[in-house]
Design a protein around this ligand. Structure first.
Ligand SMILES: *Cc1c(COP(=O)(O)O)cnc(C)c1O
Length: 212
């Protein structure tokens, strides 16, 4: 079932869009199953869970941190994380830079933007992001682009507005900062996100089934 879900999904999205299979809360056996299709990109939202899974699963898996990241936990994922989608402050960015340097590597990151109307979502406002972009001096972090989560809603016009605002901001800055990644879209809204210009989607329940 998981294998079918992945291959079907990959067939229906453009080849220019990268799929991150969100495996949070799912046991390693299920991830192994997905891995056997040849898929290598997996997303987790908790540091400890991701670290444990990374230890036990094949080393060529690319691990994506998609959840809120506390500064004191950066050190645990710095040696192996492939892309951090959830950078939302200069202080976090500096911490990532420090641990990237210690591990003698460059860590790819996305800036998480607040585009949803809901209060609970993390992320930078466009103004805060402007400021961050002026204040960051990091030698071992490479910002590849932006990530955003739309409001949990069926209102297509609202989702379109939120994705559209992020795409617009992305386009304004992409040349100056050499951004190439716009991570938006989940199980319920990835088609619309792609239509709005996303080139990276983070899909969990559509692949692994619903979570408790
Ligand atoms: C859980 C999660 C997803 C995947 O959600 P689904 O609706 O299961 O596809 C995507 N992005 C983030 C940031 C998440 O926390």
């Amino acid at each position: 079932m998981i294998k079918e879900n992945i291959t079907t999904l990959l067939k229906t999205i453009p080849t220019t869009v990268k799929l991150i299979a969100v495996s949070k809360t799912k046991p390693i056996e299920r991830i192994q199953e997905a891995y056997e299709t040849g898929h290598l990109d997996f997303g987790e939202n908790k540091v400890q869970e991701m670290s444990e899974k990374a230890t036990r699963l094949p080393k060529d898996i690319q691990w994506h941190m998609i959840g809120h990241l506390q500064r004191n936990k950066v050190k645990y994922i710095a040696p192996f994380v492939s892309l951090i989608h959830s950078v939302d402050s200069v202080r976090l960015l500096r911490e990532i830079d420090k641990h990237a340097q210690k591990n003698d590597r460059i860590i790819d990151c996305l800036l998480q933007m607040r585009i949803a109307r809901e209060e609970t979502k993390f992320g930078l406002t466009f103004n805060a992001c402007d400021e961050l972009l002026q204040n960051m001096q990091c030698s071992h972090v490479r910002i590849r682009g932006l990530m955003g989560m739309a409001t949990f809603s069926d209102d297509q016009s609202q989702l379109k507005e939120e994705f559209g605002s992020l795409k617009n901001y992305f386009d304004i800055h992409k040349n100056e900062f050499q951004w190439d990644t716009l991570s938006m879209g989940m199980s319920g809204d990835y088609e619309l996100a792609i239509a709005c210009g996303s080139n990276m989607i983070r899909v969990g329940s559509r692949i692994f089934g619903s979570r408790n």
